[in-house]
Design a binder for this molecule. Structure first.
Ligand code: FAQ
Length: 311
């Protein structure tokens, strides 16, 4: 049974009003947002690693400058999202601690390796493509700071997707070996990209409540379908083949039929057993520990300044 406060809150959501940090909200709403925004932020931060892996080996100065800017954007998105989560009453340190101790997740996709330069194309095209598919509707999410963060982030994500597709176009039209690399990247990243949308609707734990609260605007399967429908023609246009023998246009539903990802693999990656889980988390923990001296120096400096003001 809902309390009068909860009924009034739900009515505000149903009217399409934004909820702001200082306003009353059910504890479940707050917790769900901290989980989703926090995990989204962690994904942006950890998500720098697969592409950072190729910055020093970009084939031209121009490609390097683009990739560097893109990875820096992801860092900015992470900080933005952490700020949005902080308005809900959790500290940045606590969020980071929960990531490092394995109590909070980040997107499964970042536990796969980036083996060749073509992966920079496939990541931008597929991973940022999936990210936007999910984030464009989240611009209308009910929590004000999250909604506003999504509006700014989506602008940058479209550039990211475009630069990735531009790499794929170039390689798919290149030498035999370049085209082979592009196809191989698509083969390896296709199903992990489909997994980004989360488990199928029948197994999604949070969807029903999150959609009632407009924390999520669509189900996982709805967005996965839209992603496939958008991406298949893009692959065809540049002469690449989506690695799914069951892929078939379905006139009746006006979309493609396609194979589900291997959900056992998905849950295994979530449990920490993907190809790169240990590397990714290890890199974040090391960065945090290596930066401890700097955080301490900043605090010491601030304390000294404050003490001088009182003297
Ligand atoms: N990976 O009940 P549901 C980016 C977990 S984009 C890991 O369906 P929900 C940009 C889920 O957390 C990527 N875990 O959950 C970029 C839950 O576990 P929990 C980030 C996953 O929340 C591009 C459990 O499974 N985007 O980073 C995944 O309703 C390139 C049950 O699932 C966002 O986070 C997964 N793929 O729906 C950066 C978008 N899927 O928390 C760098 C915002 C599910 O109870 C380079 N988030 N789980 O322990 C969302 O829209 C939602 O949270 C979903 C999951 C759709 C991801």
């Amino acid at each position: 049974e809902m309390t009068p406060e909860e009924i009034a809150f739900q009515a505000r959501i149903d009217r399409g009003e934004k909820i702001e940090p200082k306003e009353w909200m059910p504890e479940g709403y707050r917790k769900t947002l901290i989980r989703q925004i926090g995990q989204h932020g962690h994904s942006e931060i950890v998500g720098q690693l697969p592409e950072a892996n190729w910055i020093t080996r970009a084939p031209t100065l121009e490609r390097k400058a683009i990739l560097l800017a893109k990875v820096q954007d992801e860092a900015g998105h992470g900080l933005y999202l952490y700020c949005a989560a902080e308005t809900l009453g959790i500290s940045r340190d606590e969020l980071v601690e929960r990531l490092h101790s394995g109590n909070m997740k980040y997107s499964s996709i970042f536990n796969y390796p980036t083996l060749t330069w073509a992966d920079m194309g496939a990541v931008g095209w597929l991973v940022d493509g999936a990210a936007i598919m999910n984030q464009v509707p989240l611009q209308r999410t009910s929590f004000g700071p999250y909604s506003r963060a999504m509006i700014r982030i989506c602008k940058e994500e479209s550039f990211h997707r475009r630069q990735g597709y531009a790499i794929m176009m170039k390689m798919a039209a290149g030498t035999f070996e370049q085209k082979r690399m592009a196809q191989d990247a698509l083969n390896r990243l296709w199903y992990p990209a489909l997994m980004m949308f989360g488990p199928s609707d029948k197994d999604s734990v949070h969807s029903a409540q999150s959609m009632a609260w407009k924390i999520k605007m669509n189900t996982n399967d709805e967005l996965r379908q839209k992603f496939v429908d958008q991406t298949v023609p893009q692959a065809q246009l540049i002469g690449l083949t989506v690695p799914d023998p069951n892929l078939k246009w379905n006139e009746e539903k006006g979309g493609y039929d396609f194979s589900e990802p291997d959900w056992n693999e998905f849950y295994d990656v979530l449990a920490g057993n993907g190809p790169c889980n240990k590397d990714r988390l290890g890199a974040r923990v090391k960065a945090w520990e290596d930066g401890a001296w700097f955080r301490e120096a900043m605090v010491a400096h601030a304390d000294k300044k404050a003490a001088r003001q009182y003297a």
